[in-house]
Ligand binder design. Sequence first.
Ligand code: TXA
Ligand code: MG
Length: 355
Amino acid sequence: MARYQTEIADVSVDFEGTLDRAAALLRRGELVAFPTETVYGLGADARNGDAVSAVYAAKGRPSDNPMIVHVASGEEAAAIAEWTPEADALMKAFWPGALTLVLPSRGVVAAEATGGLDTVGVRMPDHPIALALIARSSCAVAAPSANRSGQPSPTTAQHVYDDLNGRIPLILDGGATSVGVESTVLSLAGERPTILRPGSITPEQIERVIGGVELSPGALAPLESGEKVLSPGMKYRHYAPTAEVMLIDGRDDEVVQAICAYYDQLAGDKKVIIFTSRENARFYADRKYAIMGGKGDMEEYCRQLYAQLRRADDEGIEIILIEAVPSVSAGLAFMNRALRAAEFRLIAARTLLAK
Ligand code: TXA
Ligand code: MG
């Protein structure tokens, strides 16, 4: 793999010059990391199979895992995917924004970008740097999250640098991302609209536009072996830090009690941290904790999650105990990631207390 002197470019210093440089790199088949409103992406020209392959190599990601193709308008999306009235209604409601639509591919993006599937995921990101990069390069930009495969997605330019230093020429720095978890992936290619990956655009919001929508069984549970994998990204260990993660579920006071007891039992020989709501933090007294957000503020929880997982790894934390939240609305997106980080270890507080 080519080695690069990886540059982090502060886009606010010379927006025009930096974006021109980034666009030229993409057109030449090089990779550029860029911010979106969700997480940072690692972009390549979606029509250039070699450039797309270089993304898999830089991430260390299996090449059957399809990428999201980023566009700057609905017309560009309809040139890439077979458009439908449903897609049109959703686009009008949510683009630019954190909704990826999976539709039959027209075959104009490289087969490498769709992982050999006959469908393609497209989205128009809600971020001025991402949109400027797409428009100036005149490329549809295939971009997965800009992390090493298996690491939590990056929400800052520094996270991208930590994972990909030396592997890519340029990171566009637009500050911390505002959503913090990846887009909602909605398939319109099957019999019924199905959410393959929950995100900040909620099932309720989608239902208001197109009526009924299903949730892929893989969203909150491990897929049974043999079960059809609708979204290949769901089958790999994902979003996981090095530390061991556990989710504790149950009545609020029992969760706090169980976490305190478990923490005290573990903390003798392990470095432990608790991910808690702002309201519950005081119950943990001088134990080590990180606040995910106000109780019920799931947007804040989503914004915090990956950054806190990475910080825990940086600090050499060995065990992370997370207060589970209800899997509804944006809480669904949070639990989808937290469960994967925990490799689906969800423990009932009462079980812990009974020990
Ligand atoms: O917010 C986001 O979606 C970020 C930013 C950079 O846009 N991108 C991102 O990409 O999260 P990635 O590659 O990490 O995740 C893409 C997800 C994977 O779970 C993949 O399997 C699914 O979308 N996906 C992409 N194309 C698909 C297709 N044709 N059929 C089914 N699933 C698809
Ligand atoms: Mg990813």
